[in-house]
Ligand binder design. Sequence first.
Ligand code: 5AD
Ligand code: SF4
Length: 463
Amino acid sequence: MSKKLFIKTWGCQMNVYDSARMADVLAPLGYRPVDEPDGADMVILNTCHIREKAADKVFSELGRLRILKDEKASADDGKMILAVAGCVAQAEGEEIVARAPYVDMVFGPQTYHTLPEMVAKASRAAGSVLNTDFPAESKFDFLPEEATSQGVSAFLAVQEGCDKFCTFCVVPYTRGSEFSRPADQILVEAKRLVASGTREISLLGQNVNAWHGDGPDGSTWGLGRLIRSLAEIDGLARIRYTTSHPRDMDDELIRAHADVPQLMPYLHLPVQSGSDRILAAMNRKHSADDYRRLVDRLRGVNPDLALSSDFIVGFPGESDADFAATLKLVTEVGYAQSYCFKYSPRPGTPAALESAQVPEDVKEARLQALQQLIGAQQVAFNQGFVGRTMPILFDRKGRRPGQLLGRSPWMQSVHAEANERLLNSIVEVRIDDARPNSLAGSVVTGDYASTAHNPVHALEARA
Ligand code: 5AD
Ligand code: SF4
C-alpha cells in the first residue's frame, strides 16, 4: 500500500534538489509525495540555517506537526514519522532531539541516502534516530538512478560544500568541505533528465564555479568545460549555474558566456559588500575593484549578460562610509535583481563574536535604502524589454485560465495568453508590459526571423 510523504522545504535551491532526491530514495519503500501534512505517514522538514529566523520557524512548525502526529496515533491510523533534515538538523541536531523528543529522525544533508535504514529504525523504536555524520562515501554514489521526473526545468547538483569560510556564513560547517561530483556522473544524470523531457538544467552548488573534475578525456575540467560538454546534449536548450564566488570565475568559464548559446545570459554573482574594509573582514578574498573588473570582463565577452547579487547590510563594524561604498558599487554595476539581508550573527561563525555589532535600527534603515536602489534597478531592467521579443520557456499554468507562465533567458517571470499545448516548450513572446516582479507578453505567431541569432531557440519556435 502506498504511504503518504509530505516534505516541506526551506532555503536554497540545493535544498529543493535534496528534497526531490529524498523522495526518490523513499519511493521504493512505497512513499508517494502529497501536498498536505494531515494524515501523512512521514513528514520531513528540510531546513535552512543560513539566517536566524529560519531555525525559529522549524521549531514552531514542529509544534503544529506534533498535534497532527498525535491525532493520527489516536485515530489508530499508524505512526507519522516526523523528520528534520537539512542544515538546521546538521547544526542543531542534539538540540532538536532534546527540545522535541517526539521527532523520529534528525539527519544532515550528507546522509539522506541512508534513509531506508533510518526509517527501519524509526519505525521499530521509540526515541529519535540522529544522523549528522559527514560520511566518507558520497551520497551521490548511492542515490537511485531512476529519479522521478523534475519536469521541463530541472536542478542538477554538481558541487556541494564550501572551503571559503566567509566569516558570517554557516555553510562550511553545515554542508562540509567542497566536493565536486565526477563529470561522467553529471553527464549521465543530465542525459537522463533530457530524455525525460527536461529542456533547462540549472547546475547547483554552494560554490558551483569551484567545480572541477576529471573529464572523460583524462584532463582536469573546470565548470566552463563541463558546460561546453553539457551543451552537446541534443535537446538541452538552456543551461544555468548557481551560486558562484567571484574568485572562482576562471577564463574558460568567462569564455563560455561568449560562445555557448545554451548558457543563459544571467549570472548570480554575490559580492556581499562594496567596501574593501568589510570585504576583508568578511574574508571574501577579493576587493570591490576586483569585482568591478570581473564584471567588465564578463560584459566584455557578452554585453547581454545580466547580473544579480546577494548583499549583507550591517555586518559588524560597517560604517556609514562602508555602506555608501556598497550603494556606489550597486549604482555602477547595475543589477537585474538582488537579494539583500540584514546581517544575522550565526553561532559558531567568527563574525558573531565581533564586539562592533551594528544596531538593529541602523541595519533596518540600510536594508530599506539598498532595497530601494535595487528595486529601482530591477524596474528599469524590466522596462527595457517592453517591445522586445524573446524566447520564453513556459513551465507552468498561470493563475488565470488560458494563461501560461514561464521564464525569460534573464530569469524574469513572464506570463502570456497561450494555448496549453505550448506548456513545456520554448516560445517567442513579445513583451507588452513590465512590472517590478514580472513581465506580460503575447505569443508571437508567424515570422520568427528576429530570433535567428540563437539557433536553438529559433529552431524551436518554428517547430
Ligand atoms: N547573515 C545575513 N545574511 C547571510 N547570508 C549568509 N550568511 C548570512 C548571515 N549570517 C547571505 C549571504 C549569502 C546568502 C545565501 O545569504 O548574502 O550569499
Ligand atoms: Fe558561505 Fe562564503 Fe562559502 Fe558562500 S562562499 S557558502 S557565503 S562561506
